[in-house]
Design a protein around this ligand. Structure first.
Ligand SMILES: [Zn+2]
Length: 102
């Protein structure tokens, strides 16, 4: 005969393990997504961006113009939770990814 008590322990053990695994995976994909990380590494910082596109410099040191269409409507999108702010700046007019700011 199967030990009922043991079966329950076994059941909760696997249930808990699955729950932990799923939340760890979700956390990993939301905050430390390798795709997002790689994407982030590829984007130049504002300093690098302005060295590459000096014509995009604006009076405001925190921002720059779009190199692709010359638009000044550049907005940013937070990538991470507010405790670790990383912002991706992109052009509102043509959608080009421009630079990053931490
Ligand atoms: Zn643009």
């Amino acid at each position: 005969m199967m030990d009922y008590k043991l079966w329950i322990i076994d059941y909760w053990f696997w249930f808990g393990l699955t729950l932990i695994a799923v939340s760890a995976l979700m956390y990993y994909f939301v905050y430390y997504s390798p795709v997002q990380q790689e994407d982030w590494e590829k984007i130049p910082t504002l300093k690098e961006y302005l060295l590459k596109h000096p014509e995009c410099k604006m009076s405001n040191d925190e921002n720059a113009k779009c190199y692709a269409c010359g638009s000044e409507k550049v907005t940013f999108q937070p990538l991470t939770p507010p405790q670790d702010p990383k912002y991706k700046h992109y052009c509102c007019s043509c959608g080009h990814k421009l630079f990053k700011r931490k």
